[in-house]
Design a protein around this ligand. Structure first.
Ligand SMILES: Cc1cc2nc3c(=O)[nH]c(=O)nc-3n(C[C@H](O)[C@H](O)[C@H](O)COP(=O)(O)OP(=O)(O)OC[C@H]3O[C@@H](n4cnc5c(N)ncnc54)[C@H](O)[C@@H]3O)c2cc1C
Length: 471
């Protein structure tokens, strides 16, 4: 067996997906660098729900104990109408018995910091906004707004929903008449959201924050197409989300380009639309919003478009949506860990395999998310019926059946020791790669040899310097 090729990966975007990929490449011994446009790490966001399907991977990476410590297991989600009449409930606690892990709820900033701590500081460059991506037969390059250029063998676009890497890749494919027509269409958004996480709340005033399990409470103001979510997370905090379904197509297109960032701008306008709603937990919605620093309330427009082009030559994209981004990251790392040659052909084949592995799951995720959005926030008699049926009449056995399907794939890194399958519902078997394990071992040896050589060179230089000062 030939040894692994020397490849260097450039990850654009230090979001959840980019950071997880960096941790995986660190473990695989593949050299990488992360570049991020913001100049500081921003503790923004609401709750992230980690399903049982992603937790074997997190356990394998040695992250799970810390995540368990910093999160709450999910018990259930309760749905209410505006008068706070409960219109549905979905149980989540069975996840542990069936798939081996509870669904874990934690705030995005907490998950973000857990990932960030695992990456050596010198491997993340901040304040680098990518504006251009180019490639040749032998290299890929990104250009940043500060005029710097960064080269690598592979560029991974992990830069979120409005990815600059994707826009550049599509522009270049379009110039060569190779862009699929569906990918050329502009994105249309259908939801605007404001999200935040409160400061620690007093459990005497908000008893649900003190509970061991996290129960989600969701008020649907269907006539006005608003939804308010309250999600207990770690440290007696509440994460919250205000979702608003957009109707007007012109407004939708126009806003897409104005608001591609998660940030506090214009959050107040939407907050004011729900402040008066009845609060499903004690206290008021007003109080919950006011317990969140204004700079940490962020507004964002969400769209759910499934692009069909994910890769071109040495450039590849990692999907949006926390779970999808994490699954994409492990799939990319797995395929790179087995790569045998640093040629554009070998890299293209590797990324095509990644696309083939992930495309169905990405399609299901977008489809599922559209259905949830319609059920929760659209109106009309047909949706009203669908909402009633899906929230109140769906029997537990059907909920379990659907979850069994979505939890059947629990991917792991093929270059690390596997964690055993847990739970009564077996995961689809995942592969262990002898080649990836061997490549991983060789890369570590090479890195250790290079570090030893560097140290010897430094020692020699110091000795030489002291000799020179003698003479
Ligand atoms: C600040 C923030 C808060 C969020 N809050 C929530 C939330 O509350 N709930 C939720 O479900 N989802 C939230 N998301 C989105 C969620 O994190 C992602 O959908 C999901 O985690 C997938 O992660 P990702 O790595 O693909 O993208 P993201 O997490 O969006 O990360 C993309 C990263 O790329 C960087 N970036 C973008 N463009 C460039 C560029 N041109 N050059 C260099 N870097 C670039 C961004 O600054 C960001 O750090 C948030 C995202 C961000 C950035």
């Amino acid at each position: 067996m030939e040894g692994p090729p020397d490849i260097r990966v450039l990850i654009v975007g230090a979001g959840i997906g980019g950071l997880l990929l960096a941790i995986l490449l660190e473990k695989a011994g593949i050299p990488y660098m992360v570049i991020e446009r913001t100049s500081t790490f921003r503790p923004l966001g609401s709750a992230i729900s980690l399903s049982a399907a992603v937790q074997p991977l997190l356990e394998q990476l040695g992250l799970l104990d810390e995540i368990n410590e910093a999160s709450k297991p999910e018990q259930a989600a309760y749905f209410y109408d505006e008068s706070l009449t409960r219109i549905g409930a979905v149980d989540a606690v069975f996840s542990k018995e069936r798939y081996g892990y509870y669904v874990r709820m934690l705030s995005r900033p907490t998950l973000y910091n857990i990932l960030l701590r695992r990456i050596p500081k010198e491997k993340i460059l901040l304040g680098k906004r990518v504006i251009g991506v180019e490639q040749t037969e032998t290299r890929a390059m990104v250009r940043c707004a500060d005029q710097s250029v960064h080269e690598a063998d592979v560029v991974v676009g992990a830069d979120g929903a409005y990815s600059a890497v994707r826009q550049n890749m599509f522009r270049e494919l379009d110039q060569r008449h190779k862009l699929r027509s569906s990918d050329a269409k502009p994105m249309a958004i259908d939801q605007e959201c404001v999200v935040g996480t409160t400061e620690p709340l007093d459990p005497a005033r908000f008893p649900i924050v003190g509970e061991e399990f996290s129960t989600l409470h969701i008020v649907l103001s269907v006539d006005r197409q608003y939804a308010f979510w309250a999600v207990p997370v770690e440290d007696n905090r509440l994460s919250w989300i205000i979702g608003h379904k957009l109707e007007d197509k012109d407004y939708r297109k126009q806003e897409t380009f104005k608001s591609s960032e998660w940030g506090p701008e214009a959050a107040e306008e939407i907050c004011s639309k729900v402040r008066h709603l009845n609060c499903p937990v004690s206290g008021s919605i007003d109080e919950i919003i006011n317990s969140t620093k204004p700079s940490l309330r962020s507004r964002v427009f969400l769209e759910e478009k499934l692009f069909k082009t994910w890769t071109s030559g040495r450039v590849v994209l990692l999907g949006d949506g926390a779970m999808q981004a994490m699954f994409d990251a492990v799939s990319i790392a797995n395929h790179l860990s087995e790569l045998e040659h640093n040629t554009v052909e070998a890299i293209s084949t590797c990324f095509q395999a990644y696309y083939d592995e992930r495309k169905k799951s990405a399609k299901d995720a977008v489809h599922g998310s559209r259905q949830v959005s319609t059920i929760l926030s659209s109106h009309g008699w047909a949706v009203d019926v669908a909402r009633k049926v899906s929230l109140s009449y769906v029997p537990d056995w059907l909920v379990r059946l659907i979850r069994d399907k979505t939890s059947s794939v629990r991917p792991q890194a093929i270059f690390l020791q596997r964690v055993p399958d847990r739970g009564s519902v077996r995961a689809k078997p995942t592969r262990v790669s002898v080649r990836a394990l061997e490549f991983c071992r060789i890369r570590r040896q090479r890195a250790a040899a290079a570090a030893a050589l560097l140290m010897t060179q430094q020692q020699l230089a110091t000795k030489q310097a002291s000799l020179n000062s003698f003479v």
